[in-house]
Design a binder for this molecule. Structure first.
Ligand code: SAM
Length: 410
């Protein structure tokens, strides 16, 4: 029997003490942020999410398991709360979560159910569902520690010990060559000194997620790492906790379960790596629902005194719905063409109007897949030949999109 089909996750088995600790943890975690809406994308049966509803946040949830979602609904209703739920794979959250939220969470060591590449897809797509400066919180087991130690068995015995009853829990690890791991839980129960039963449950596959891997993924997708939290006092039995100093970094290898809070940056780098643009190839970057294209081509038959190349920056609503593109202010974009070999800026431009629209307009309603020519220009007569790095920024309301790429002038 798989662990998620069992009553253990349905009822969540959270003691009153754990529940109040969790509620206090979330209260302190979130109090300094101006957030109202939270989406839990691996909500399970919802027991660990109810504390957020109790704190007054508007909570929604999703999970790959329909059974668990049905249970979440009951658990929320029984606690006096309504919740909107979606059946979704966490990697495709953007396909179900249409209204952006202020915070997305994935807890209970759920992210490592998908491969590290899957986690990358999750972060990329979850970003589309977060408001500017939105928060992303996850909690996971310390996979760095588990990989170092590769335990074969971990034991919590007793988890219950009374005059009549004794229960011990043994977690058995099956490590595969590709580092993935499966767990089996053996619960052994004695009654009045006699063995009563041994129950085996299996967890789905896990793909270890190292802290540095997750941090890299966050940074690649324009997040600031805000804080780390030692969660052993919530999830690990006191007898299993290792001695610590109270400083996360110093304690990291002693911590069994931790949380990471990240925040979507105000400035988003659409693409920071060089993508050579030669022979009229377009350079494209996308930050849903906006696509940016740099189109560059040669002007045929130009005389020596005429420009040899022309370029266009085009914005596109890549979504299938109408999108209101809003700029922060009059400043719409800026770009520098930097001659790479000499590290010299040859052209600096800031734009205050959109090329084919009314001057001083700051809001543009774009139909689905509609394009907007942001600006265009021609070069050649003023540009020495060589490799150019383009540093481009788009100044949107609440958000700046920046991208860097290069092209070549012959
Ligand atoms: C360990 S449980 C944690 C549930 C809950 N967050 C908690 O703390 O109790 C892992 C959850 O992740 C869900 N899950 C696993 N793979 C998933 C995926 N690819 N997309 C969405 N949910 C997934 C499972 O169905 C399960 O509800």
């Amino acid at each position: 029997m798989k662990i998620y089909d069992t009553a253990a996750l349905y009822g969540q088995n959270l003691s009153d003490e754990q529940q109040s600790k969790l509620m206090e943890f979330y209260r302190v975690l979130l109090e300094e942020y101006d957030i109202a809406t939270i989406h839990d994308c691996t909500i399970g049966a919802g027991g660990t999410t109810i504390p957020l509803a109790k704190l007054g946040y508007k909570v929604s949830g999703s999970d790959i398991s329909e059974n668990l979602l049905e249970r979440t609904k009951i658990n929320f209703n029984e606690s006096g709360y309504e919740i909107e739920l979606f059946n979704s794979d966490l990697r495709n959250l953007d396909t179900v979560l249409r209204e952006p939220v202020d915070c997305i969470i994935s807890t209970g060591n759920s992210l490592p159910h998908v491969t590290n590449e899957g986690v990358r897809d999750f972060v990329k797509n979850a970003s589309k569902c977060l408001n500017p400066r939105g928060l992303l919180f996850i909690d996971i087991r310390n996979w760095d520690q588990l990989l170092d130690e590769k335990p074969l068995i971990k034991t919590r015995d007793p988890i219950v010990m009374t005059a009549e009853e004794h229960i011990g829990l043994h977690q058995i690890f099956v490590w595969h060559d590709d580092q993935s791991v499966e767990f089996a839980f053996a619960t052994i129960k004695d009654e009045n000194g006699k063995h009563k039963e041994t129950k085996m449950q299996f967890a789905p596959m896990y793909y270890p997620l190292k802290r540095s891997t997750y941090e890299r993924i966050l940074m690649d997708h324009g997040y600031d790492l805000i804080n780390y939290y030692d969660l052993d006092s919530i999830w690990i039995h006191p007898s299993q906790q290792r001695p610590k100093s109270g400083y996360f970094e110093a304690d990291f290898h002693q911590i069994a379960w931790y949380g990471i809070l990240a925040q979507k940056k105000y400035i988003i780098s659409a693409c920071s790596h060089n993508n050579r643009n030669v022979d009229g190839d377009d350079f494209n970057a996308e930050r849903h629902p906006i696509g940016i294209t740099f189109h560059f081509d040669q002007i045929d038959n130009a005389t020596p005194s005429e420009p040899k190349y022309q370029y266009t920056f085009i914005l596109k609503n890549t979504s299938l719905e109408t999108y209101n593109l809003q700029f922060e202010d009059d400043l719409k974009y800026s770009y520098d063409f930097i001659l790479e070999d000499e590290s010299k800026t040859i052209l600096t431009t800031t734009g205050t109007n959109v090329w084919n629209k009314v001057k001083n307009e700051n809001s543009f309603l774009l139909e689905k897949e509609e394009e907007l020519v942001l600006t265009k220009g021609s070069i050649g007569d003023i540009m020495p030949s060589g490799k150019y790095l383009v540093d481009f920024t788009l100044y949107l309301l609440n958000e700046q999109l920046s991208m860097k790429f290069d092209f070549e002038v012959e």
